[in-house]
Design a protein around this ligand. Structure first.
Ligand SMILES: [Fe+2]
Length: 126
């Protein structure tokens, strides 16, 4: 069973998709089951954690307490913030020349996920 806003990766072609309506079917791409992306919150490598976990600071959410690098080889592809009930979301898709931040005046956003092209999905809470 999928859940609203779950993210799935095709390990063959690299497609990443998001669930907008949950159901029981298996998600398949390139003739293989897609891999559910589980956000990381803890890692033994503290240096990885501090550059990936989204940090809330007023209306700005930044990727990393030490801001994540942004270059062609290693960058944040997107940041998504969402409310507790998942009824409201805001997403920004980033390019390597962008700063890995998202801004919102909506105080209902208590959770943020970001996707690093090398280190995967990370979750941070307000
Ligand atoms: Fe990274």
């Amino acid at each position: 069973m999928t859940e609203l806003l779950d993210l799935y990766l095709c390990e063959t072609c690299g497609n990443i998709i998001q669930v907008m309506h949950s159901s029981y079917g298996e998600l398949v791409c390139c003739n293989k089951p897609m891999k559910k992306l589980i956000p990381q919150t803890i890692t033994q490598e503290e240096s990885l954690k501090e550059k990936h976990v989204p940090v809330f600071n007023g209306s700005t959410i930044q990727v990393g307490s030490v801001i994540h690098p942004m270059n062609k080889e290693h960058h944040i592809e997107f940041i998504q913030i969402y409310s507790d009930d998942k009824k409201h979301t805001q997403t920004v898709f980033l390019s390597p020349e962008d700063t890995p931040k998202i801004t919102s005046e909506n105080n209902n956003y208590n959770h943020a996920v970001e996707y690093c092209n090398l280190h995967g999905l990370w979750l941070g809470d307000k």
